[in-house]
Design a protein around this ligand. Sequence first.
Ligand SMILES: [Zn+2]
Length: 428
Amino acid sequence: MALTPSHIDEFRQAVRNLATMSPDGPLVVSLYLDARWLDEHQRDRVRLFVENRSGELRAAYRKRPHEDEIAHALDWLERRAVNDLVSQANPEDVDSDGFAFFVSPGRNLYSVVRSRTRFENEMEVEEQPRVLQLAHLLDHHSPAFVVLVDGRWMRIFEVALGGVVVEAEIEQYLPDRVDSGDRGPFAKRFQAAKGPAALARGEGMSQMRHQRHIRDHLEHNLKTAASVLTRLAVLETDPDIVLCGEPELRAVFRREMPSALRSRITHEMRMDSKAPRHHVVGAAAKALLGRTDRSRSLEVDGVIGEALGGGLSVLGTEDTLLALQESRLYSLYLDLGASIGSGWRCEQCDVLGRKAELSCPFCRGGTTTVDLAQEVARRAISKGTRVVTVRDHVRLRHFRGMAGTLRHGISPITGGVGYAGHEPLPPT
Ligand SMILES: [Zn+2]
């Protein structure tokens, strides 16, 4: 079984590559799609969204610079997004509920990100890729193992970033009959009526030796399964574990796990061992996401409390922007539900500010209007700042949906951070 330990790192690097793309270059089309194929109507909605938005963008660039380039990118997206995705034959086969595309023919960029969780529909042509939804995805998915135990076999799914990375199925021998020649009607009855879970409970077994024999096998199987999981789990840093199966089997499996791994079990759920993979992984992903949402929300409360108490945190757009540009931010907190609005970026010195300025108040250079949340996320990612996203956080909205924690001690010297070749002057 091939397993790369660094899927998250690879994805992080891919997001970083998108975030650090220079604004001085060919335009980029960013397309995010909610691709949950609930029904035919949903497919039509996706198709319509792409067609309408694409039409608007074509119209916006008609007889303007970059018209051909944009048309080429939109043609590619409509073919790819509408035809390939929307016409997928069997929705049950689709593991991804979200797709993000970044296309720029001039940059030779044709990038697709698939996610188990949905994105919100979004399509824009800008100087740089829109990375906020990717930052959200990155923040909300730590590596996790979803384990489905049965007495005879086990399925392990390694999920990361919302998608299944690796799927392993391990089948093991569990005797239906006792080797000593017990092939009578009893063995037959057991085979038909009793599953491994009933065996773990010790039900329906009148013959002690038989029961003992089966239980030994069951424990042996679950022990082997636990050791397989242990070998996989050491390749990831602190993975979450979602344990699925009948309660009795889970109990045996838990006992066989090393205690360090046992402490990583975040959810347990009853699940039919024959459940289709999208059902198992979907249920696990939902539980994991809910947990992440709650912990992020609490974290934001803590940051606000720390800032109000004079700690190493900043609140609101102005202070957060300043700390970000000075490379002093350790974590950036953004509320995706808050209307953070637009800002400006100096084309000359790269300083970023909120609202609008016709020329840079620091160097008098020309400015570009930017989506402030997108721009802040891009800069944070390129500086190695952790980006934490929440939605509709009541207290964070009092601070315009933005906050941050500061790095301890002296700011690190970061050469060539961001897409500017130099560190911008802070707007003091
Ligand atoms: Zn400037």
